[in-house]
Every structure is written in C-alpha cells, then in structure tokens.
Design a protein around this ligand. Structure first.
Ligand SMILES: Nc1ncnc2c1ncn2[C@@H]1O[C@H](COP(=O)(O)OP(=O)(O)OP(=O)(O)O)[C@@H](O)[C@H]1O
Length: 467
C-alpha cells in the first residue's frame, strides 16, 4: 500500500545494528517520503543528535554498547522531548512497558510489520504536534488570569476594564462556573482600589439571623454573646471592594439595608445608635434570573435597578467560540505545574473528547476534569481513560446518535421486506463517514473507533448491497 502521509520536516533517526533491518526501515520510510538517518549504535545516535535536528528516533533495544533503553533514558534526563519509538523483541512485553514508563512514545515488536511502523510514526507525529501546541499555550487574550480570546470574552474584558475605573456598583451575571468571582477579582485588580482589600462572601453561606452583624458588624452587648464590638464585612473591605456572591439569596430585610449602604455610603452596626461612613465598592454576582425573583417577590426591584445599571454578563463556555482549546491547554499547564508533573502529550482521543463535550458546569467542570486527568496521568501523557466517564461517554454517544439516525433513515425509506441487513447498514455508514471526512481514511477510522487496517478491509469488501 502506498502511504500518503506528508513528509516530516526533518529526518527520522533509525538506530539499528542489524544492517538488513536498518536498510528495510530506511527504504520503507523513504518510500513514504520521509528523510532518514541510519546509525548502528546508541553512541552514534547521541553524536548525530548533538548536531542534527531530527523529527523522531526509532531505536532497537538491543544494541552493541549502550542499549536503546539507556539512550532513551539519557535523552529524557537531558530534557529532550524528541519522539521516540523502541523496537523490542517479540514477546518481551515487559520491555515495552518499561520503555513507555521511561518516556517512549510508542513501541514496535520484531519481526517488524511495516504497516505498524507507519502507524507508529503517524501517532508519534500527532503527539508531537499536540505537545507543541501545549507549549505555545502562553496567555495572550487573557484579563488578569481570565482566559478568553473569543469575541464575546474580548468584549467583556473591554467593558470590565472600563467599568473598573468608575466606583459604581457592578452586577456580574452568568451561569454557575463561568468565572464570576474571577471577573470580580479582575475588576478589583484593574480599579483604583487595587491596593485595598478584596473581601468575598457567598450570601448563601451565612445563616439569615447572622447576616446583619456579619455585614455591618455590631457594638458590644448588641445581643447575647456579643461581649466585644466587632467589625463587619463592610468595615473589613474599607478602601477596597466587597464581592457579594449569590446576591439572589440575600433576605429582603438585608436587601433594604444594602440599598441604603449603596445610596448613603453609610452603615449602622447592629446595636449602634448612629450610622458610620464606609468607603467600599460593591461587586455583586448571581446565576439567578433576578427579574424572575422580583416577580416572585424574593428580590427588591429598587436594589435590582441600582445594581443592574452596570451589569456584565459572562457567556456560558459553550457560546465562546474558540476558547475551549486554549482553556484546555492552559488548565493542563496550570495543574501540571501545581502537581509538579511534566506532561508532554495528550492522546488525540482525549483531546477530541474534551473538545466535544458541552460543559453544562462551564469552566469549573472543565477544570475539575482536567485536574483529575492530570492527577491520573502517567508517563507524561493524558489518556482518554483519565477523563471522567460523562465526558468520554458524550463523544461515544454522539457517534452512536449519528449511526442511529442514519440507520433510521435507511429503514424509514425502505419497505419492511427490503430492510437493509446489519452488514449493509454498516457499509453505508462507513461510506457516509468517509464522505463526511472528505475521504480521509485516518479520520474516518478514528470516528468509527476501528483500526485503519479494519477500515481498509471493510472498504475492500465492496459496495453496500453487493454480495
Ligand atoms: N476564563 C477562565 N479562565 C481561567 N479559569 C477560569 C475561567 N473561568 C473560570 N475559571 C476557573 O473556573 C473555576 C470557577 O470559577 P468561579 O468560581 O469564578 O465561577 P463562578 O461563576 O463564580 O461560579 P459560581 O456561580 O458557582 O459561584 C475557578 O477555578 C476559576 O479559576
């Protein structure tokens, strides 16, 4: 079979002491359009690598002198991330596992199956391409650590920066996990109050009876147990910003007092005779629809209109065209860094599943999935199996839905006695996916979840309806 992979930009270095195998590999890869460099020992490989750039290394394990494993170990110890395929003797699976553990990208067993050689070169090339993308994931298009290059996020950053300069209260709206607290912190950091404190409180977490004193403080003896005067959140945030998360959960009584604090810029601690001035900027947030809460009698309309004048809505992740890929790479970097793990690769199937999922829990759900995958990752690679079941399951379900829809169409358009056989449906489905991928057999096989060899076999078996 002739291979149509585009040639690699640099040669593939082959380390093999058996001249016949070396020649066979060189010939086969050159025929596929790649440049090759052949050497007979690990020592020669090291010399070659010191002056030439190579696309990847394919090395036998058993070599005269230094072994292929030692070569791999030395390269990884020096921090090299060059793609590495080891060739082990047939039946030495332990050796292959060992090689993957110390940083090999793939392995081949002898006697060599040339089809497998091409598959491995392709896989390693894909790994490298994704790894390179990781490394480029530096943070353009972010606002105080909030990642977002989409038009929607860029325009949000622009508005947030403008509003930050004023001292007006701000209302941040958005579904849970979209980054409302992150945006509140960014506004504070961008504002003239940046040097002052940023105090964050979740209104849903304070029991109703304690809310007033938590917010405004109390004087000594204000109630049983108030043995000393105590500052509230407003006093603690003096000169800075007070972030009120889940403002929709605030009791109506306290809403009235908050409105007064916003209008008069004064608060009255519990038990105090007089109001005292406070210098605080309020940033409130909610995932609720406050207008609905007003209708239901749970939220004061006067407070809503006061806050709503300067509101910012964070779009859900599924509406941020193009941000997901950047978030995936940046969050992998963040958690790999925090866990001191060196990750150079992500399995293509894992990346596909991460990019296909709709994230009802927004960035928080994505971040939790990535944190888990980074924790589970071994040998420098995030694997499909490291992702949560619902993310893996979603991609599989999408494939099944497309298949079922097609099978449904085939059945609906035929009288019962002419219903297609299962084999027929399968053949037509394969053709359909092949058409949809523009004839790309590799992508077709990936989508169908079968090996390329199986795909070739099925295609050779003929057209649907043919015997
Ligand atoms: N655009 C982003 N870039 C990087 N990290 C983000 C982004 N958006 C959210 N995150 C991360 O996602 C997590 C959730 O963010 P945050 O707590 O700000 O969301 P929220 O909208 O306030 O959630 P909730 O409504 O549940 O309180 C945090 O770990 C945050 O760092």
């Amino acid at each position: 079979m002739t291979r149509k992979d585009p040639a690699l930009p640099c040669p593939i270095l082959i380390v093999e002491d058996d001249p016949a195998i070396l020649e066979l590999l060189e010939e086969e890869l050159q025929e596929a359009g790649h440049d090759t460099l052949g050497v007979g020992s690990a020592e020669e490989a090291i010399a070659t690598l010191s002056h030439s750039e190579v696309a990847m290394v394919i090395s036998d394990v058993r070599l005269p002198g230094m072994s292929g494993m030692q070569l791999l170990e030395q390269l990884r110890a020096e921090g090299s991330t060059v793609g590495f395929i080891v060739i082990t003797a047939f039946g030495t699976i332990d050796q292959a596992v060992e090689a993957l553990k110390i940083g090999a990208d793939d392995f081949l067993t002898k006697p060599l199956d040339l089809e497998n050689v091409h598959e491995a070169v392709y896989r390693v090339r894909e790994h490298r391409r994704l790894a390179a993308r990781f490394q480029q994931a530096s943070p353009p298009g972010h606002f105080h650590g909030i990642i977002g290059e989409s038009e929607a996020m860029q325009s949000l950053f622009h508005d947030a920066a403008r509003l930050a300069r004023s001292d007006a209260p701000i209302l941040v709206l958005g579904e849970s996990g979209t980054g409302k607290e992150l945006l509140a912190r960014a506004i504070h950091a961008e504002s003239p109050r940046a040097e002052g404190p940023f105090v964050a409180i979740n209104c849903a977490s304070i029991p109703a009876e304690l809310m007033e004193s938590e917010f405004f403080g109390h004087v000594k003896g204000a109630f049983t147990g108030a043995s000393d005067a105590r500052d509230g959140l407003f006093q603690s945030a003096r000169g800075g910003s007070l972030f009120l998360d889940e403002i929709g959960e605030m009791s109506p009584g306290l809403q009235a007092k908050l409105l007064r604090a916003l209008q008069e810029k004064t608060v009255r601690p519990v038990g105090a005779e007089r109001e005292e001035p406070v210098d605080v900027r309020i940033i409130a947030a909610t995932h609720r629809d406050l207008e609905q809460e007003i209708e239901a009698g749970n939220f004061r309309s006067d407070l809503f209109y006061r806050l709503e004048t300067f509101s910012l809505r964070i779009p859900p992740l599924r509406e941020r065209e193009g941000d997901l890929e950047r978030l995936v790479t940046a969050l992998i970097d963040k958690h790999a860094g925090a866990q001191e793990k060196r990750l150079a690769r992500i399995e293509p199937a894992a990346l596909q599943a991460l990019l296909a999922y709709p994230y009802p829990g927004n960035v928080r759900e994505l971040e939790n999935a990535i944190m888990r995958a980074v924790t589970l990752a071994e040998a420098g690679e995030i694997r499909h199996a490291d992702l949560p079941e619902r993310i893996r399951g979603h991609a599989a379900e999408r494939r099944r839905d497309t298949g079922e829809a097609l099978a449904g169409q085939l059945v609906a358009s035929a009288p019962a006695q002419a219903w297609p056989s299962l084999e027929d449906v399968e053949k037509r489905y394969i053709r359909k996916v092949l058409e949809a991928t523009g004839g790309n057999k590799r992508r077709t096989a990936d989508i169908l979840g079968i090996a390329r060899r199986t795909l070739y076999r099925r295609l050779e078996e003929g057209e649907p309806g043919e015997p």
